[in-house]
Design a protein around this ligand. Structure first.
Ligand SMILES: Nc1ncnc2c1ncn2[C@@H]1O[C@H](COP(=O)(O)OP(=O)(O)OP(=O)(O)O)[C@@H](O)[C@H]1O
Ligand SMILES: [Mg+2]
Length: 325
């Protein structure tokens, strides 16, 4: 079931002639982890605030868990967990008291709120630290406390606005692993934003790319990152007596054996096999046969095989492709 649908959502701040922060955005978000990617100012936070009913759109419609954002903001905020982008933690409160309070605000009875708060704080990795005042927290601890308050009432959907902001690489990996677990192990649908594409490709099932309020792409992560079918080969060894270098000798020999390939820098790029309609096991066999052929060809030429590897697409390439259009 879809959890979020937007229809031509547009938001202009201030005068109606101003630049649109969101411009006719139509997207569908399903269960699982959805990454919302865009540069600074792309409109990510604006979209989340509109979906929570905290900001009104200039035009267009949206539904979150079946609720209308214009008229049912309160129902949405009751059901959804929200981790805001900016620091929102009272410095003179202990995390445990803050998260209990947020649980009660979301409708949990006091005893249940205390129990859930202890659970979620432990879950996000603030076990001992939960008794300390949050004013003394590091950025990483603040991000964890923000995540805990978003989870305390067992939300039906969670929206995380730049949860990795300000984190060092290790803390970033921990946070991403947590987000992934929330989506996959706990089965809570997640909408998570970042301006770093590489982060979201690791944890998202689906990626929505925003650019200046416009939808650039909305696709399953697999279709960005799936095996492209292209195989890259690298060889080392002697040039032929006529001066043909090792890489060219290998390319020519592969071509003579019916393999479609070309030079790419120091590598040889082999075109994808036509595997359409071939069952998975047979496709693997085709791939193995190609590997064997490459290995035998290198051996026949007396060349060393440095690598034979499938090339996978990367989310970074999406922006490069779009920019080149
Ligand atoms: N309260 C506001 N008043 C006027 N303009 C705003 C306001 N909030 C956002 N904007 C503008 O709307 C556009 C989108 O901003 P938004 O904060 O939604 O982007 P973002 O993708 O979340 O960016 P970031 O990665 O920096 O958090 C920007 O051009 C921004 O300057
Ligand atoms: Mg933002």
């Amino acid at each position: 079931m879809g959890v979020i649908q937007t229809e031509a959502l547009t938001k202009r701040y201030g005068s109606s002639s101003g630049v649109a922060a969101l411009d006719g955005l139509t997207i569908d978000v399903d269960a699982g982890v959805t990454g919302l990617v865009g540069a600074n100012g792309a409109g990510k936070s604006t979209l989340i605030k509109i979906l929570l009913g905290l900001l009104s759109p200039t035009s267009g419609d949206a539904r979150v868990l079946g609720h209308d954002i214009r008229t049912e903001g309160e129902a949405i905020r009751t059901a959804v967990g929200y981790m805001p982008e900016h620091d929102c933690l009272p410095p003179d409160m202990r995390a445990i008291d803050f998260v209990v309070h947020m649980g009660q605000v979301s409708g949990l009875p006091a005893a249940a709120a205390r129990e859930r708060a202890a659970d979620v704080l432990r879950h996000v990795g603030l076990a001992e630290e939960r008794y300390r005042l949050m004013g003394g927290y590091s950025t990483g601890m603040k991000q964890r406390a923000k995540l805990a308050q978003a989870l305390v009432h067992d939300p039906a959907l969670i929206m995380l606005d730049e949860p990795t902001n300000g984190l060092d690489p290790a803390a970033r990996d921990d946070m991403l692993a947590l987000v992934r677990r929330i989506g996959h192990d706990f089965g809570i649908p997640v909408l998570v934003t970042s301006h770093l594409l590489g982060e979201l490709e690791r944890i998202s099932d689906h990626v929505v790319v925003l650019d200046s309020g416009h939808l650039l792409r909305s696709e399953a992560t697999q279709s960005f990152l799936g095996d492209t079918g292209v195989v890259l080969v690298e060889v080392i060894g002697d040039a032929a007596p006529d001066g043909t270098p090792a890489q060219a000798r290998m390319g020519e020999a592969l071509a003579a054996r019916g393999v479609s390939c070309r030079a790419r820098g120091a590598l040889i790029e082999i075109d994808p096999d036509r595997r359409d309609g071939i069952p998975e096991e047979q496709a693997a066999a085709v791939h193995d046969a190609l590997r064997d052929l490459v290995r035998d060809t290198a051996a026949d030429l007396g060349l060393g095989l440095v690598r034979v590897q499938p090339q996978t697409g990367r989310l970074e390439d999406v922006f490069r492709e779009e920019a080149a259009r």
